[in-house]
Ligand binder design. Structure first.
Ligand code: AMP
Length: 392
């Protein structure tokens, strides 16, 4: 069956079982792509198209196709296309083969992730049209957190209001948290099922997770990716009364609030810098606003670490990952400063040496092991796609 644009091929051709997976991560203005060998973990092709225009996705996938061929591969040699979806709502709690019914259900979830899910859905439609011979699979950032305990997943608001609207804490970055928790255990040579871990995913978006023996107990993002830690352009936790005040006194409407909370808050809102490299440069140049933003960022992190030490009843491992977590030693040192009484001791020399990881940065006498572990969301997606296909 041939897919027409806008319709995924329902019983699409099987692709090549065991072949590499094309992983697409479509954002509002950009497309990240990789062709990954799930067995070997090697990215055969990787790239990034910025500033997608009107025909953006079609053009971007033409570029992907050209690069796949330039790498000596054919589209037919791929196993499938794996799409990263930020929000799976209550329904999608595992990687899912996409057909028209699933696509409709994904459309229904757009109100839960209005900025993040629509570009991914557009990516699925375009990919189905461009690669009608390949299966399309959705992998969800919320899935790892689907069985968050009710006490962590529930907002203490009137159930009669929240439940019909499926308002609960879903959690995001699950693809990364799950992968990193497993990789941390692997690095330590221990089964993930024996370790209580705190994972700190610090990228443009940032979130923390408390993971007991491989399963999540709590996480910092909620209904949407706005809750929790301070991020590049999102401020994380805020008194809901601030939003009421902004509506009543500041005259902001829902669109204004969405723009403020997603794009003009966090490090950007406090200092004018959303990229951590620029923030560090400004701090080092003596910029007081940058110094304040940096302090707020680290303070919030330390609060979450303390909270999750309590939630877990003490942790075996704290792991830093993603762009900032892997590359900014001072954040790791400052976020964990003063936690010696809780058994957390970072070795300054080990910490300063690490860019990327995997590596241990705690002292030998620290009762909590502190690690830096590189995340690889594309590899995780490729593996999840391969596992789904192998079970069909
Ligand atoms: P991610 O979302 O994981 O790509 O992380 C993006 C964030 O990581 C941005 O704030 C970057 O400035 C930061 N980052 C990435 N590499 C470095 C680096 N070498 N030094 C400092 N920050 C970095």
């Amino acid at each position: 069956m041939t897919a027409s644009p806008g319709s995924p091929a329902s019983p699409a051709g099987p692709g090549t079982p065991g072949g590499p997976v094309l992983v697409l991560n479509a954002g509002s203005s950009s497309l990240k792509y990789q062709v990954v060998n799930p067995a070997g973990g090697r990215a055969l092709v990787r790239g990034h198209v910025e500033r997608l225009g009107a025909h953006g996705l079609a053009d971007a996938l033409a570029q992907v196709t050209a690069e796949v061929r330039a790498a000596g591969l054919s589209i037919d040699s791929l196993a499938a296309v794996g799409h990263r979806l930020v929000h799976g709502g209550a329904r999608f709690v595992a990687p899912t083969l996409i057909d028209d019914e699933v696509l409709g259900a994904l459309e229904d979830l757009v109100p839960l992730a209005p900025l993040h899910n629509p570009p991914a859905i557009a990516g699925i439609r375009q990919s189905a049209a461009t690669y009608p011979g390949l299966r399309q699979v959705a992998v969800f950032d919320t899935a790892f957190f689907a069985d968050l305990p009710p006490e962590a997943a529930t907002y203490a608001l009137d159930r009669a209001v929240t439940e019909p609207l499926q308002i609960r804490r879903y959690g995001m970055h699950g693809i990364s948290h799950e992968y990193v928790a497993q990789e941390a255990a692997r690095f330590l040579g221990r089964p993930v099922g024996e370790l209580d871990q705190i994972v700190l995913h610090l990228g443009n978006g940032a979130s923390a997770a408390a993971v007991r023996r491989g399963r999540p107990l709590d996480t910092s993002m909620g209904l949407t990716p706005l809750e929790g830690l301070v991020m590049g352009t999102r401020g994380g936790d805020v008194d809901p009364g601030v939003l009421l005040h902004l509506i009543r006194v500041g005259g902001l409407d829902a669109g204004d609030l969405e723009d403020l909370l997603h794009h003009r808050s966090g490090l950007e809102g406090l200092s004018g810098h959303h990229d951590f490299r620029d923030l560090e440069d400004a701090v080092d140049a003596g910029d007081q606003l940058a110094a304040r933003a940096y302090a707020v960022y680290c303070h919030r992190l330390r609060k979450y670490v303390g909270a999750y030490l309590a939630v877990l009843g003490g942790a075996d491992v704290i792991t830093f990952t993603a762009g900032t977590g892997q590359n900014v030693p001072r954040v790791r040192a400052d976020a964990l400063r003063g936690l010696e009484a809780l058994g957390v001791r970072v070795d300054p020399a080990r910490n300063d040496r690490v860019r990327g990881g995997p590596a241990r940065i705690s002292t030998d006498d620290s009762s909590v092991t502190v690690l830096v572990v590189p995340t690889d969301e594309e590899l995780s997606i490729a593996r999840q796609v391969a596992a789904l296909l192998a079970g069909l």
